[in-house]
Design a protein around this ligand. Structure first.
Ligand SMILES: Cc1cc2nc3c(=O)[nH]c(=O)nc-3n(C[C@H](O)[C@H](O)[C@H](O)COP(=O)(O)OP(=O)(O)OC[C@H]3O[C@@H](n4cnc5c(N)ncnc54)[C@H](O)[C@@H]3O)c2cc1C
Length: 294
């Protein structure tokens, strides 16, 4: 099953097996089959923060669907509400529902492409907000079939990271979102979207920021200062609009993206002494460069 068309970068080889479990029972069955065959398991959301290797992904690739991609209000406290969110739910419709109910503070999430599970793993954030502080509890299933409800305070959320381990599949979460001025929140969301449209290459396939911002600086500023805007390797290009984005000009290969990112990181290191850290996750088989991914 080709994965390129299913991820934001439009890059990557095939999934050996792609399964869309719709509920906990289907997920448990898929995991028990993977265990029986000793197959590795990878979960993909919308693939907006991954670079899939040109060799594809071995074993089982899961995309959560059905009940595992649903959301609803669990408990209304008056001043706040608890929301049950499946890890496969998309961010933008979730935020639309919250605003419709007068629940505010999470609007930034509607500007970040992806699923709620991907947002939890990455502690996705933008415009001064991040999802971690809203999380009360996360449902986790390990590949060995054991399950856990983990309190948000134990998820070790940090800047574009969390403490979830590779063998842990997030199934759902409970959020606590306060009530507030929904009209003002919608206005703020419109402004954030507008800002993005003018500063990010939304019309070319990409996976968002390639590198995390180093403390006190911006990866895009450093790469631009090295004169790398517009630089290409094959069909991968450092965006002319935002230097921390690599765009796929059409038919780019993962190894070209890695080569271009390595070139940018090396020049930033030489010129500023700063080691850039990948934000995009390299997953699957990056054989050609011998890169095991991260
Ligand atoms: C144009 C653009 C702009 C972006 N802007 C931002 C931004 O402002 N802020 C920001 O934080 N990010 C941004 N991103 C990156 C990306 O949107 C976020 O990281 C998003 O949260 C990823 O969600 P996803 O569903 O696409 O995850 P994927 O990319 O599919 O997966 C990301 C990682 O999470 C793992 N994963 C996904 N779901 C699960 C699960 N249920 N259980 C276990 N592991 C799982 C995957 O295996 C992978 O390692 C941007 C991306 C693009 C393309």
């Amino acid at each position: 099953m080709p994965l390129g068309p299913k991820v934001a970068f439009r890059i990557g080889g095939p999934a050996e097996v792609l399964v869309r479990p719709h509920d906990a029972a289907e997920l448990a069955t898929a995991l028990s089959i993977a265990r029986e065959y000793g197959a590795p398991v990878t979960v993909l959301g919308t693939g907006s923060n991954v670079l899939v290797g040109d060799g594809g992904i071995k074993g089982l690739v899961l995309r959560l669907a059905g009940e595992l991609a649903d959301f609803h209000v669990g408990f209304d406290h008056g001043g706040a509400a608890e929301i049950e969110v499946g890890a496969g739910a998309l961010n933008a419709p979730l935020v639309s529902m919250l605003l419709h109910l007068g629940l505010v503070g999470v609007e930034f999430l509607a500007t970040i492409p992806g699923t709620f599970g991907g947002a939890l793993i990455m502690n996705a954030g933008a415009h001064g907000g991040e999802i971690g502080p809203f999380v009360e509890e996360v449902g986790v299933v390990r590949i060995d079939g054991t399950v856990e409800r983990r309190p948000g305070r134990d998820c070790d959320f940090g800047y574009r990271r969390s403490g979830f381990r590779p063998e842990e599949i997030l199934t759902d979460a409970r959020l606590r979102v306060p009530r507030g001025d929904a009209a003002a929140a919608k206005h703020h969301l419109d402004e954030m979207r507008q800002r993005r449209r003018s500063s990010q290459p939304h019309d070319q396939p990409n996976a968002g920021s390639i590198f995390k911002n180093p403390p006190g600086d911006f990866a895009g500023r450093l790469i631009e200062a090295c004169g790398l805007k517009g630089r290409t390797v094959g069909a991968a290009q450092i965006s002319e609009l935002h230097a921390n984005f690599i765009v796929n000009l059409g038919g780019a290969r993962a190894q070209e993206v890695v080569a271009l990112a390595d070139l940018a990181a090396a020049q930033v290191k030489d010129r500023f002494g700063i080691a850039l850290e990948w934000e995009v996750r390299r997953i699957g088989e990056h054989n050609s460069s011998g890169d095991p991914g991260n």
